[in-house]
Design a binder for this molecule. Structure first.
Ligand code: COI
Length: 355
């Protein structure tokens, strides 16, 4: 167990009146920080007031993007218990991302302890309204002062918390997604499967283009042939084609989503056949034209389950399920959010209670 130093603050902030606020725009009273120094390892774990931090303008993170992050959520149940959803998977993924970015590993039990202690101290910030939760954003930044292109010898591991409602303004109403055929997000061998800011920076130009056209996000195609479906800006993607649930297989350039893995298990538990495989945009268009593309939905920690009502590729626009949420999307949403908030029994063993 780490000895986490707690610096109490008297500067308690007002909590939002409603969860109808922009995703990730409000932060709690506290944050967790620890430092890394080469030769010493992770040191000085502390929980202190959420506030600006001071780092060198030459910190490596600003110049060469050596950073990783995670996203998970804490939920309050009807009877005021606090649940985390599969935090072990996020912790492992953070360390996988760290390995890819030459960032030192964070001991899993220390990471878990930090999340639990921080959530406990800010527990009054966990919203209880439907669809709301406390988003947990752990991240690591390279803080060594250097313009040399090299892995940093110093880092900060920080966890901040943000009460959130729905990720998209549409809520559970279907979103419109644009299939991007010009730019790509990631290529095999690149950093696509790591959760690192660069992947999101690479996505913004396309996202802006999509927004201008009235679409919420883009669906990426593979970086080599521009032919196979990868993922959406902030979610993995699922299709119901001719009765089967299909999602792109993990290939090194797709983020291995925790919600994605959970959707696969939930769909199998419902008795659906689930295929993780390559899906070409041709197959998708043909299945839409043949009336076999029955449902489309995205999955993510922030987005939860987000039905897709419209897909656009080039000049072709496809309406999915008459623009309405599909039966599987609704069932998966109800099941996953039910487990997360303790309304449905967790037969999968996914929830971790914070006590
Ligand atoms: C998440 O779903 O937690 C994400 O990190 C996606 C996005 C908000 C960057």
């Amino acid at each position: 167990m780490m000895d986490i130093k707690i610096y109490e603050t008297k500067n308690k902030k007002e909590k939002p009146q409603s969860m109808d606020i922009e995703f990730g725009s409000v932060f709690t009273d506290y944050m967790f920080i620890m430092d890394y120094e080469k030769g010493k390892g992770w040191i000085n774990p502390r929980i202190e007031e959420y506030k600006d931090i001071s780092i060198s303008p030459a910190a490596l993170v600003f110049h060469y993007g050596q950073s990783t992050f995670e996203g998970m959520k804490a939920y309050k149940t009807e009877d005021d218990r606090i649940f985390l959803f599969r935090p072990d998977k996020n912790i492992k993924r953070e360390n996988n991302s760290n390995a890819r970015l030459c960032i030192p590993q964070i001991p899993e039990e220390d990471f878990m302890q930090a999340v639990i202690e921080l959530v406990k101290i800010d527990k009054d910030w966990i919203p209880k309204s439907k669809g709301a939760s406390l988003y947990i954003r752990p991240f690591v930044i390279a803080t060594e002062q250097s313009l040399n292109v090299k892995p940093s010898s110093q880092y900060k591991f920080i966890i901040i918390l943000s009460p959130v409602g729905a990720y998209y303004k549409e809520g559970l109403n279907p979103v419109k997604i644009w299939i991007e055929d010009e730019y790509v997000r990631a290529v095999r061998g690149g950093i696509g499967e790591a959760k690192t800011g660069g992947n999101y920076a690479a996505s913004m130009l396309s996202q802006e283009k999509a927004h201008e056209g009235g679409y919420s996000q883009v669906l990426w195609l593979d970086g080599i042939e521009h032919k196979y479906i990868e993922e959406v800006g902030a979610m993995n993607i699922f299709f119901k084609i001719d009765g089967k649930i299909v999602t792109p297989m993990l290939n090194g350039s797709i983020l291995p989503g925790v919600t994605r893995a959970s959707v696969i298990d939930v769909c199998k538990s419902f008795g659906y056949e689930v295929e993780e495989r390559r899906i070409s945009v041709d197959e998708l268009e043909n299945s839409a034209k043949d009336g076999k593309l029955e449902e489309v939905f995205g999955s993510g920690t922030a987005a939860v389950i987000s039905p897709v009502g419209t897909l656009k590729f080039g000049d072709n626009v496809y309406e999915i399920n008459e623009g309405k949420i599909g039966e599987v999307s609704q069932k998966v949403y109800d099941t996953i959010t039910g487990i997360q908030t303790g309304k449905i029994e967790d037969t999968f063993g996914w929830t971790v209670e914070v006590k």
